[in-house]
Design a protein around this ligand. Sequence first.
Ligand code: ADP
Ligand code: MG
Length: 312
Amino acid sequence: MANRVVIALGGNAILKPNQEATLEVQLDNVKVSAELVAKIEELNYEIVLTHGNGPQVGNILRQNEEAKDVVPPFPLDVCNAESQGFIGYMLEQSLKNSLETKGLTSNVITLLTQTEVSAEDEAFANPNKPIGIFYSEEEAKQMEQEKNWVMMEDAGRGYRRVVPSPQPKAIHGVDSIVKLLNQNTIVIAGGGGGIPVVRNEDGLLKGIEAVIDKDRTGKKLAEQIDASVFMMLTDVSNVYINYGKENQEKLETISVKQAQQYMDEGHFADGSMGPKMEAAIAFAAQGKTAIICSLEEADQALLGRAGTRITG
Ligand code: ADP
Ligand code: MG
């Protein structure tokens, strides 16, 4: 069996800060990202690709909100599905083009993925992930009453809706993903953390208003398909301790134990490097390898020549 890797693309692989979210701009970024993923295919890995969707799902929510008097808005699970479709399409097409240019015959398939979470997850009692547009205090009160949304003040910039961010419990469709990997296919799955679903009282799946962290979903995917490596590609070359301070120090290869100690000492910010390191540590602890590196150096990092590597 070829080595199996799950690659989680960070937000910068699709849209960089301060860029306008036109299709052209996003497609240009995705083409560059696809070229880098194709280099990993050349290294002869079985690849599952996952990705973030923050700005894209934010814009879908905004479209819903702006047009709510004309077209009924859709709930968050559907918005995630829309973003997986849109981003998956861009990635699938760009990656296929990159592969063909390199003379590689692999197929690329996007799988709209449901991520099951527990209805009892403590995140449901404590929604804390801000999403969508900003509202005035007055509008925020109205939303709380009309839609039962939980609204929170966001750093003096206005009010935003906050939603639960539960832990992924099971990624659906994994058996099919493995079959596709065995047939020379790169699978794009679990985008934006996947469509959040729970089991109802009858044990049936249903969508739910939540968002799931893409690095947590990537880790779960990597476990379920028995990948040997889980990579998170982002906009920094390495993980650092004392990040942003004068004495910051780049981490190269570190043990799970060392990584956990730095985590406990608070070196990794909540909402950015924190969830990545949490996922990396939990994955590597199973005797595997987790890598956090820049998008540009992904192939080098896989060869052990760049990035931060956590080994179990
Ligand atoms: P992504 O879209 O790739 O998930 P995030 O913004 O969530 O991107 O995470 C990457 C960011 O984490 C970096 O741009 C960096 O500013 C931030 N970061 C926080 N703590 C650290 C750290 N200790 N070392 C490196 N980067 C860190
Ligand atoms: Mg992130």
